[in-house]
Each structure stands twice: as C-alpha cells, then as structure tokens.
Design a binder for this molecule. Structure first.
Ligand code: SF4
Ligand code: SF4
Length: 126
C-alpha cells in the first residue's frame, strides 16, 4: 500500500504497517499480524511495487486506503485528515481472528476488549 504519486511517496516513511492484512469488524479495521504475501518484512518494502495493482488486485490506492481506514494513526498520509478513523494496531493474532470467524467476538468493541486482555496477560507473563 503505497502512493501512486511522488508527492505522496515523499511523505511515506516506509514503515510498511499498511501492508499487513486487515480484518473489518463492524466499524473497526484491525491490522493482522500477517503481512501481504508481496511484502518483504526485512526491508519493509513491497517486492512487486511497480506492478503491485496488477499482481495484487487487492492492493489499495492511497485514496482507497484512506476511504477504508487502513492507515495507522501516525501515517503521514492521514495526518490532519478530519474524520479519519485509523486502523487498530496491536497485531491481531490468529486466535482472535478465529474467535471472530466462529462468532465468539461479534463486535469491534468485543475484539478491542479481547486484544487488550491478551496484551495485558502477555505483559504479565514477561
Ligand atoms: S502488493 Fe502488498 S506489499 Fe505491495 S504495496 Fe500492496 S499491500 Fe503492500
Ligand atoms: S503506513 Fe504510511 S508511512 Fe507507513 S508504509 Fe504505509 S503509507 Fe508509508
């Protein structure tokens, strides 16, 4: 998920956080721990960048990314945008994704509560 214009590209910090899979649960867009298959986690860059929209039809343009809320809160593309709701990070894991699929977590709020609970318990374990 990067920009088609050099103006946008100059803003991008190449953090790569918009290139992780997303899960939409009612009004929330959650960022999963799993990256797009075309993303190189070492370099934090797209491996097919010039032809990304052909290779991956699900790769969004910047305008679409803003519309769907896939950028994190501190992404320069959405800085200062009024009414923009950023993607929730916290690296939703497979367990939570399964709970959502099985209908145990029904709303975005349910997912947030469960994410926070797991983050807290992970911190207590470490
Ligand atoms: S194809 Fe995947 S890795 Fe490349 S820009 Fe799009 S989402 Fe990111
Ligand atoms: S989240 Fe924003 S800054 Fe980070 S790679 Fe995506 S577009 Fe660039």
């Amino acid at each position: 998920m990067h920009s088609p214009s050099s103006e946008h590209e100059a803003l991008c910090r190449r953090c790569g956080r918009c290139c992780y899979e997303k899960l939409i649960v009612d009004a929330y867009v959650f960022t999963l721990a799993k990256p797009c298959i075309h993303f190189d986690e070492e370099t934090r860059l797209c491996k097919v960048y010039p032809e990304r929209h052909t290779v991956n039809p699900r790769c969004l343009t910047v305008a679409e990314g803003i519309e769907f809320g896939v950028f994190p809160a501190d992404c320069p593309y959405v800085k200062g945008l009024r009414d923009y709701i950023p993607a929730v990070e916290g690296w939703l894991d497979d367990d939570i994704a399964r709970e959502i699929e099985m209908g145990r977590l029904r709303t975005g709020e349910d997912v947030l509560v469960e994410m926070r609970r797991r983050i807290r318990s992970r911190k207590m374990e470490s």
